[in-house]
Every structure is written in structure tokens, then in C-alpha cells.
Design a protein around this ligand. Structure first.
Ligand code: ADP
Ligand code: MG
Length: 270
């Protein structure tokens, strides 16, 4: 049984001046696993990821990173284990792409704090992995949304984390780049990484994720393999009507389609 690299246990959180709460959420990410976190707008996906990344602190509950309580780990040490890509990244950074990716090495620097040949080689590798080498000298702020998302992933990968938390990392990507991105994640988890990724693309989640965590109104309502979560019944309960589920034409996995009717649709599919 693979080890839990990240474990949230009964985590509860409230924003100041907002009655909404994230309630008793438990989540674990294992080495070798892509877990997709799905759910309607405002269900708490980004809040859960921010808690997991220690960007915000829970009101109650505990979070363990690589077997240690996350509050006992220094920021620098945490950045060597955990890479977090937030939903909204600052876009007006006055840096080149190469510089943005190099910043990912900061948590790893020793001695005088300069990037050595080994660091630069890792930066190059991360640019190649995310197919952004040709953008290296471009200004980050002038990139398209999808290019920017690939560069930010390169920067997070340059940390060489063992746990990756990605919040809608492909929301601005065309289908080819989105599929490439998830192929890259598949390769990374095969090498032992643990990935938690928030996405609204249920079909991508169904094809690439080992498990799906479905959130609704601040709680985790269900978790399991794609076949258990991507059903018309489960999805309509969380998202509402307008969703049809069928089989992928060449894979043994469910696919989601929009229903032309507002009503419950023709195919119950469990
Ligand atoms: P999701 O990522 O699933 O769309 P979020 O986790 O961003 O949802 O938000 C969950 C709820 O918390 C929403 O009702 C949202 O309006 C609220 N919320 C998010 N961020 C803040 C904040 N900084 N202050 C107050 N409320 C917030
Ligand atoms: Mg969000």
C-alpha cells in the first residue's frame, strides 16, 4: 500500500465575515496517484487546496505532510516537498519565463544563494517537460493564458516536489495542451509523485485520474474511482440537471456530455 504523502484529517475552515464553511474534510494523496478534486463553483475546492498547501490554516483538524504535522515544518522545507499552483496567478510579473521558472529553485538553493549548473539544468528540464523552452526569453506578462499556466507548472516542478497541488491548471489550455499536461502528470506520478488536481474537466479527470473527490457545499460528498463518481445520478445530485453520462468509445471509463434538455435526461446510467 503506497504511503500517504499528504493527509488532511477532519479539517474545518471558515473565512472571516462569511457564514460558509468547509466542514470536516478528510483527504489523502498517495505516491503514484492522481486525485482529481471536482465539484460545482463555490463548493470549496480551492479552499481545500489552500488548506492542504498551508496557505491558510484550519480552524480544526490536522494536516500531515510526508508523515509530519504540517505546522512543524518550515516554509523552506515544505517547499521542497510540496508544490502548489493556485487558481489565480499574478499575471503582471515583470520577469522573463526563464526567471519565473528559476524562482522555483529558490527553496533548494544552498550557500551563496546562486543557481549553479545543476540548478540551471533542472530549470531547462522543467521548461522542456512543459514545452515552454521556446518561450524562455519572453516576458511572462505577455504570454497567453495557456502558455502562462505551462510556465507556472514548470516553476513549481523546478522545486522538485513530491506532492503537487494544482488548482484548475489547464483552465485556459486548448485540448492538445491539456492532454499533454495530463500525460506529463501521469509520468510524474509513475516516478513516485502524488498529485491533487482541481478541474472542471470531468472527462479529463475520468481518463487520467485514479480517484475523484467530489465536493459540494463545503463537504466531500463522495470519493472513488471514475466509474463510481462519473455517473448521471452522482453528478446531477451535486451539479444539477443537464448532464448525460456514456462510455468512452475506446476505454472502459465514463464520459460526460451536456444534455440538450434541462430535465433529468434520457439515460440514467446508474
Ligand atoms: P471553488 O474553488 O470550489 O469554486 P472556493 O473554495 O473558492 O470554491 O470558495 C468556497 C466558498 O468560499 C465560496 O462561497 C466563496 O465565495 C467563499 N470564499 C472564497 N474565498 C473567500 C475569501 N477570501 N473570503 C471570504 N469568502 C471566500
Ligand atoms: Mg476554485
Amino acid at each position: 500500500m503506497a504511503q500517504d504523502l499528504l493527509k488532511l484529517s477532519k479539517v474545518t475552515f471558515r473565512y472571516p465575515d462569511n457564514p460558509w464553511k468547509l466542514d470536516q474534510c478528510s483527504l489523502s494523496l498517495k505516491a503514484g496517484e492522481i486525485k482529481a478534486i471536482i465539484g460545482p463553483n463555490g463548493s470549496g475546492k480551492s479552499t481545500l487546496l489552500k488548506l492542504a498547501a498551508h496557505v491558510i490554516k484550519p480552524g480544526s483538524g490536522t494536516i500531515f505532510l510526508d508523515g509530519r504535522e504540517i505546522t512543524t515544518i518550515s516554509n523552506r522545507q515544505r517547499a521542497r516537498v510540496l508544490g502548489y499552483l493556485p487558481q489565480h496567478v499574478q499575471t503582471h510579473l515583470d520577469y522573463t519565463v526563464g526567471e519565473v521558472v528559476s524562482m522555483g529553485r529558490f527553496a533548494r538553493l544552498r550557500g551563496a544563494g546562486f543557481l549553479d549548473a545543476g540548478d540551471l539544468a533542472i530549470v531547462e528540464k522543467c521548461l522542456e517537460q512543459t514545452r515552454t523552452s521556446h518561450l524562455k526569453d519572453r516576458s511572462f506578462s505577455n504570454l497567453s493564458g495557456g502558455e502562462r499556466q505551462r510556465v507556472v507548472l514548470a516553476s513549481v516542478l523546478a522545486q522538485e516536489p513530491r506532492v503537487l497541488l494544482l488548482d484548475e491548471p489547464t483552465s485556459a489550455m486548448d485540448m492538445h495542451h491539456e492532454v499533454s499536461f495530463f500525460h506529463l502528470l501521469t509520468g510524474l506520478v509513475r516516478e513516485g509523485m502524488a498529485v491533487g488536481v482541481v478541474t472542471h474537466d470531468l472527462n479529463i479527470a475520468s481518463v487520467f485520474a485514479h480517484a475523484l473527490t467530489l465536493m459540494h457545499d463545503g463537504v466531500i460528498v463522495e470519493e472513488g474511482p471514475p466509474k463510481q463518481i462519473i455517473t448521471a445520478k452522482v453528478l446531477r445530485e451535486a451539479y444539477g440537471p443537464g448532464i448525460e453520462v456514456v462510455e468512452h468509445p475506446t476505454m472502459d471509463t465514463p464520459m460526460v456530455f451536456p444534455s440538450p434538455k434541462e430535465s433529468m435526461g434520457s439515460r440514467e446510467n446508474s
